[in-house]
Design a protein around this ligand. Structure first.
Ligand SMILES: Cc1cc2nc3c(=O)[nH]c(=O)nc-3n(C[C@H](O)[C@H](O)[C@H](O)COP(=O)(O)OP(=O)(O)OC[C@H]3O[C@@H](n4cnc5c(N)ncnc54)[C@H](O)[C@@H]3O)c2cc1C
Length: 456
């Protein structure tokens, strides 16, 4: 079963803990609530934020409880790269081919809008979370990736997909000079942001707790069972809460409570690091980065305002070893073959960093929820009236979650159907998606490693 494990590696983001980290609003669980949210990561915190905003606007008073298995924001959100990087072409190009132009536009613009949404939120609420608006440089170090991205971008431009317009392409003649990355064959840049995710989430949770939301950390939900009259019991070892609405913001761990999602959302372990340099005159990096190094191998990188650099990925050292990362829920261990991957990373890849003495300060792991078709599952759990899901962000939640959570709040507070809310159609959860046999992660792995798609 894929429940969160109690022990975990220490990410840089969780080195300055908020007083709410192990908060319990009441000694005992409330016996009833209108809404129970399972999970206190970016999804759970965004959902409660939008529920409170919407219920306040419509004069409703809702009792809400959040149950979190470990500490607040200790899942993927507390251990990610902090990269709020809307994808303007890859996912949209896939959607264009498979689902057509309208679906592609929805996917691309939904992600793109989230940078502005978070900028507005951070400014309005004066949130101390190191938020920066920048451009992401997507740098291809091998020709096939360069051509594939360019082909996708050209198709989107031709189809009139709005995000294609904001991409600036540098070919092999200028890519190295534009990006500062050694051996760059092509570079695509576009608007993006980065953030201290824990601080953003803890701000939203603090506001919710101040508004009367009952937050219970270190309280794993063990099951959700029907009690009649359309209500559900949310069960834990500390007791049960009866609720008419249950929202799963449990991402990678969803199938432990909803076994029907076993194939649809699979836990995948990722690894990330923080790199420091003692040199104050190390070359300045203003953009954030993706480095596409070889088939199946890519890293992401955000230069922070404190001079440190957060780098994740490291697939070179473990991608072929499925048992190290696929269907793995243990974030108490590093991915062993990649433990030293980040040493000399800046020296290896960035011009002018050779003598920087940059060194690895921290390495940690986290568990993502990869969906079998690459898109998250948002909406009512098929066949379970009153239960909703917001999960399965496939290692790319930062530019998808905030507005997905808003869609969930619209469904709950305004009683709208999933077709009526602002949400890409391919995000809607459905029985058909749950039963689909495809798996883009394993198919991609088989293509790169030239092995058969495994039956797991
Ligand atoms: C190493 C790494 C790097 C990443 N880098 C990036 C990046 O740079 N940009 C990006 O966009 N995305 C990145 N991601 C992915 C991103 O972090 C996720 O998509 C996003 O944080 C998901 O948020 P969430 O709230 O849905 O899930 P989580 O943050 O995982 O929150 C789910 C919560 O639910 C709780 N929970 C689960 N089951 C139960 C239960 N039974 N009872 C109670 N609580 C439960 C968990 O303990 C957890 O706290 C990265 C992920 C990892 C691991």
């Amino acid at each position: 079963m894929a429940f969160p494990q109690q022990k975990s590696t220490l990410p840089f983001w969780r080195t300055q803990l908020d007083p709410l980290d192990t908060h319990r609003s009441t000694e005992k669980l409330p016996s009833e609530a209108d809404i129970v949210i399972i999970g206190a990561g970016y999804s759970g915190a965004s959902i409660v934020h939008h529920l409170l905003e919407k219920s306040k606007a419509s004069g409703m008073s809702l009792s809400i409880a959040i149950l979190e298995a470990r500490e607040a924001c200790s899942g993927a959100t507390g251990r990610n790269g902090g990269h709020l990087k809307p994808d303007p072409y890859m996912r949209a190009a896939g959607a264009l081919q498979k689902y057509g132009k309208e679906a592609a536009e929805e996917v691309a613009s939904f992600e793109a809008r989230q940078v502005k949404e978070i900028k507005d939120l951070v400014e309005k609420e004066n949130i101390d979370c190191d938020f920066v608006v920048t451009r992401a440089s997507d740098v291809c170090l091998y020709e096939d990736a360069n051509q594939e991205l360019k082909r996708g971008l050209d198709q989107l431009t031709k189809a009139g997909i709005s995000t294609a317009d904001g991409v600036f392409y540098s070919d092999s003649r200028t890519a190295e000079g534009v990006s500062g990355v050694k051996g760059a064959k092509g570079c695509f840049s576009y608007p993006a942001g980065h953030v201290w995710p824990y601080k953003l989430v803890l701000h939203l949770l603090s506001k919710a707790v101040s508004a009367g939301v009952n937050l219970q950390t270190n309280t794993p939900v063990t099951s959700v069972t029907p009690v009649g009259n359309g209500k559900w019991n949310v069960n834990t070892d500390r007791g049960s809460i009866k609720a008419s609405t249950v929202i799963y913001a449990s991402n990678a761990y969803t199938s432990s409570l909803l076994p029907e999602f076993k194939k649809a959302i699979v836990p995948v372990r990722g690894i990330c690091s923080r790199i420091m340099t003692p040199k104050v005159d190390a070359p300045f990096l203003s953009n954030s980065y993706i480095l596409r190094i070889a088939p199946g191998e890519y890293d992401y990188l955000i230069p922070r305002t404190d001079g440190s650099i957060v780098v994740g990925g490291a697939r070179r050292d473990f991608f072929d070893k499925l048992d190290q990362w696929y269907n793995v829920t243990d974030d108490s261990q590093l991915i062993a073959p990649a433990a030293n991957y980040f040493d000399n990373y800046m020296q290896r890849h960035f011009k002018g960093w050779e003598d920087s003495n940059a060194y690895t300060d921290k390495v940690w792991t986290g568990i993502m929820g990869y969906s079998s078709d690459g898109f998250p599952h948002i909406g009512e759990v098929p066949g379970k009236s009153g239960q909703l899901i917001c999960a399965g962000f496939s290692g790319h939640g930062m530019p998808q979650i905030y507005l997905s959570a808003k869609a969930i709040a619209d469904m709950v507070v305004e009683g709208k159907g999933v077709e009526q809310v602002d949400l890409p159609r391919v995000y809607r959860t459905s029985r058909e998606r749950l039963e689909s046999e495809g798996n883009v992660t394993l198919e991609g792995w088989a293509k790169v490693t030239r092995k058969a798609v495994p039956k797991l």
